[in-house]
Design a protein around this ligand. Structure first.
Ligand code: AMP
Length: 474
C-alpha cells in the first residue's frame, strides 16, 4: 500500500500531513499525486469525500516549493476554480492546512459580497487563488487580476460547474491562461460535454478514476422506524438521547420543518441548530463551526443546506422526513461513515406517502431495509399498510452510492446573474507565516450548499434539467 512518504513530498508538507493525521493516501491521492508531481495534466473522476482536494493541493504545493518565485502584482501562480463559494473556501482552507509550514499567500474570489476587499487582496500578487468562475472573470475584466502568470490550473467539480451554467465563463478564463501550464481537472461524472471540455483544455492528460460511490457509505447501518406522524418529534428526541451520538445530522424536507424540529429538540433538552437557506451566511458558518467543534451535536438541515456540510465524525444521520427523491436519501446517508468511520442512518416513516418513498429508495439501492414498528396500535398511521419487507434478502449494510451531481436529486437550476448587483464573492486574502496554521481542515466542513439560493425553488419540487448555457449568479 502506498504511503505519503512514497511520494517524496517536501518536508514541510509531510509534517503538515502528519499533523492532519493523514496516514494513508486515499485511492484518488495514490493515483493522482505521483502523476501530478511529474508535471503532467491529470483528468480525474472523483467525487467530494474521496480526498481529491489533497490529491491536487499536495503536488501543487510541492511544485510551488520546488520553484519559488515572488508572484507579480495582480497575478496568481495557482488558480483553482470551483462551483461554489463554500467549496472554494474549503479548498483554500485545505491549501492553508497542508501548506501551514510554507510561507504562502492566497486569496479567495467568491460570490456574495462586494469586490473591493478581494481586489485589494491580490494587489501584491498571490501564490494561490481559489475562485468561482463568475467572480474571477469580473476581477479579470476590471483589470484587478491578470491570468498570464498562472502555472497551475485546477478545475474542481467540473460537472457541477457546467450544470450551474459556468461553461462560458470557464472558456473565457481558460482562453486568458498561458498555454504552458499544468491542468488538473476533476469531475464526479464524465458525460460527453465534460469530456469535451477536458479535451479542450488538457494536454495529453493522465486519467485517474475512483468509484467512491460504493466506498463512502458502505459502512452505514440503515434503520427504518415506522412511527405515528405526531410522535416523530418525541421519538427523535428519544433516539438522540439513547443512541451513542457523537454528531447527528437530522434531515427535514422543508426549512420550516427544520426550525420546528430544532424547537422541539431544544424543548426536550437537546441543544440543536438549524441550517437552511433562510439563515444568513454568518449564521450558517457559525453553526457549522459549532457543529465541527462539538459545541452542538445535533444539526437539523434541509437537503440543500446539507449539501454544504462535510464534517467528519457524523455518527448519525436521521431522516426526520423521508425525501421524495430516492437519490437524495443516498446522498443524505453518505454524510455519515466518512473517513473510515462507521455510521448509522435512521429514517422515521409515517403514513402511506413516506412508505411509498421508502419503496422507491429500496428499489434504488436494491436492498430491503429492516423495519422497527413504533406506531401506536389503532392510530391513523398504524392503519396505513406496512411496506413489504422482502424476506431473505441481505439488508442493513449496503453499498450505498452518493448520487452524482447530475442526479435528479441533486442537480441545480440555473440562475441569471445580475450585473453589478453586489452578488459576488466574499473577498479574503490569507497570508500566513511558517508554522502558523490558518484554518485547519482535517475534519473540515465541505461546502457546496451556498448555491442553495440557486435552487431554493427546488426544495419541494422535482428537479429540472438545467440549461448549461445560462450564466449563473455567483
Ligand atoms: P475531499 O474529498 O478532499 O473533500 O476530502 C474529504 C475528507 O477526507 C476531508 O475531511 C479531508 O480532510 C479528509 N481526508 C482527505 N485525505 C485524507 C487522508 N489521506 N487521510 C485521512 N483523511 C483524509
Amino acid at each position: 500500500m502506498t504511503s505519503f512518504q512514497d511520494f517524496g513530498l517536501a518536508d514541510p508538507i509531510s509534517r503538515a500531513l502528519k499533523e492532519e493525521n493523514y496516514l494513508t493516501p486515499t485511492p484518488i491521492q495514490a493515483q493522482t499525486i505521483p502523476l501530478a508531481l511529474t508535471g503532467r495534466d491529470v483528468v480525474g473522476i472523483a467525487q467530494t469525500g474521496t480526498g481529491k482536494t489533497a490529491a491536487f493541493a499536495l503536488p501543487i504545493l510541492h511544485r510551488l516549493l520546488e520553484h519559488r518565485v515572488r508572484p507579480q502584482p495582480k497575478t496568481c501562480r495557482v488558480l483553482v476554480l470551483s462551483p461554489t463559494r463554500e467549496l472554494s473556501g474549503q479548498i483554500l482552507d485545505s491549501f492553508n492546512a497542508y501548506g501551514r509550514h510554507i510561507r504562502l499567500s492566497s486569496a479567495l474570489a467568491i460570490g456574495g459580497v462586494p469586490m473591493g476587499r478581494q481586489v485589494r487582496s491580490v494587489m501584491q500578487g498571490v501564490e494561490i487563488m481559489v475562485a468561482t468562475p463568475g467572480r474571477l472573470l469580473d476581477m479579470v475584466q476590471s483589470n484587478a487580476l491578470k491570468l498570464n502568470s498562472v502555472e497551475f490550473l485546477v478545475l474542481d467539480e467540473a460537472d457541477r460547474m457546467l450544470d450551474m451554467g459556468f461553461i462560458n465563463d470557464i472558456r473565457k478564463i481558460v482562453a486568458k491562461l498561458p498555454i504552458k501550464r499544468q491542468t488538473l481537472f476533476f469531475s464526479a461524472t464524465m458525460p460527453k460535454d465534460i469530456a469535451d471540455l477536458a479535451e479542450s483544455m488538457l494536454r495529453d492528460p493522465a486519467r485517474v478514476a475512483v468509484t467512491p460511490v460504493s466506498s463512502t457509505a458502505e459502512r452505514v447501518e440503515q434503520r427504518i422506524i415506522q412511527v405515528d406522524f405526531t410522535a416523530k418529534p418525541a421519538i427523535l428526541a428519544q433516539l438522540l438521547k439513547q443512541e451513542p451520538v457523537n454528531r447527528a445530522l437530522v434531515f427535514t424536507r422543508t426549512k420550516h420543518g427544520a426550525d420546528k424540529v430544532v424547537k422541539g429538540l431544544v424543548k426536550a433538552g437537546i441543544p440543536a441548530e438549524a441550517i437552511h437557506g433562510n439563515k444568513s451566511q454568518n449564521h450558517r458558518e457559525r453553526t457549522l463551526v459549532a457543529f465541527r467543534n462539538g459545541d452542538i451535536r445535533t444539526l437539523v438541515a434541509t437537503d440543500i443546506a446539507a449539501r454544504g456540510i462535510d464534517v467528519d465524525g457524523i455518527t448519525h444521520v436521521v431522516n426526520f422526513d423521508l425525501p421524495n427523491v430516492p437519490e437524495t436519501y443516498v446522498h443524505r446517508i453518505g454524510r455519515t461513515a466518512r473517513a473510515g468511520a462507521d455510521g448509522v442512518a435512521i429514517s422515521l416513516i409515517a403514513g402511506a406517502e413516506e412508505m411509498g418513498y421508502l419503496r422507491d429508495i429500496e428499489r434504488l439501492i436494491r436492498v430491503s431495509l429492516p423495519r422497527e414498528d413504533r406506531r401506536t396500535p389503532g392510530s391513523r398511521d398504524a392503519a396505513a399498510p406496512a411496506p413489504q419487507h422482502r424476506a431473505g434478502r441481505p439488508a442493513p449494510r449496503v453499498h450505498a452510492a452518493r448520487p452524482n451531481e447530475n442526479s435528479p436529486g441533486s442537480s441545480k437550476g440555473p440562475r441569471r446573474r445580475r450585473r453589478g448587483g453586489g452578488n459576488h464573492g466574499v473577498p479574503q486574502a490569507n497570508r500566513h507565516e511558517s508554522g502558523r496554521p490558518q484554518g485547519g481542515k482535517a475534519d473540515g466542513m465541505k461546502a457546496d450548499g451556498i448555491q442553495g439560493v440557486a435552487f431554493l425553488h427546488r426544495e419541494s419540487r422535482p428537479a429540472r434539467k438545467p440549461n448549461r448555457n445560462q450564466r449563473p449568479q455567483h
